[in-house]
Ligand binder design. Structure first.
Ligand code: ZN
Ligand code: ZN
Length: 132
């Protein structure tokens, strides 16, 4: 299915490519304004949803409930610190192999996966042990 992309969707993809990082819909809205390519916030949300269903954009929801969006080709293997929110990229991921192993019988088209481990980063561990 190669759906025709609307002008707003194209703007969002272009911006995500330039930014090369995860961004919230709200931030995206602000960035588009800065670049003099404003879109309404509702349009930003709607376009992101469509792009996600088409397998171009992925979403990650933070513990705070906020959703971050990025293009699918950016890696999503990480260690996330619960204290400071720092996110460290991981090279290896067991889910990469699993993606190929999804049973054919399920007829599920896999677009991407995320692999995230939660805990405390080095500096937060030190901070917490000195506080105690
Ligand atoms: Zn930390
Ligand atoms: Zn993986």
């Amino acid at each position: 299915m190669s759906a025709r992309r609307t002008e707003s969707q194209q703007r969002i993809i272009k911006l995500l490519k330039q930014l090369k990082r995860e961004i919230s819909a709200q931030e995206l809205f602000v960035e588009l304004r800065k670049r003099k390519q404003p879109l309404g916030l509702a349009t930003v949300y709607r376009s992101l949803k469509t792009l996600a269903v088409q397998g171009l954009v992925k979403t990650r929801t933070l513990a705070s409930g906020e959703s971050l969006y990025s293009l699918i080709d950016t890696t999503n293997h990480r260690l996330t610190c619960l204290q400071c929110g720092e996110s460290i990229a991981l090279e290896d991921c067991p889910a990469c192999d699993m993606e190929a192993d999804v049973p054919q019988s399920l007829h599920f088209k896999v677009y991407y996966h995320t692999f995230e481990l939660f805990g405390l980063c080095c500096s937060c561990q030190e901070q917490i042990s000195t506080e105690a």
